[in-house]
Design a protein around this ligand. Sequence first.
Ligand SMILES: [Zn+2]
Length: 135
Amino acid sequence: MHDALRAALEPVLRDVREASDLTADIDESLADPDDGEQPWVWFRILRAGTRVGVDPWGVPVENVAGIAEEVQDAVIETYGDRGTPRPWPACPLHQQKHKLLVAIVEDPAPHAAWVCTREGGQREVSEVGGLSGLR
Ligand SMILES: [Zn+2]
């Protein structure tokens, strides 16, 4: 797998595995690394999933944020399909009632983060990849 893609997937996969009760893995079998396109893989959640890719020359934190957003949508869709709709990741500041959003936070150094915007502005709840620390 392309290094840029692996680096961007790792924190997002960790969040799904440690902060949801869904199973998730990466299926590289469908990806063709030599097709001249952007590297991508199939991010599988339960038996469904979503195709995620990155710009190999892109900014790493933007790659992480992009994959986190796509996977967030897939996780929420999976919960809906399963008949147990819920926000994911749920905001710990507001009784899990709404989902967190992905943003690039500049302080102290640019990183992809899960943020709450419920009270105006952006309040960082966790770095992407650090959701397990909320428990
Ligand atoms: Zn909130």
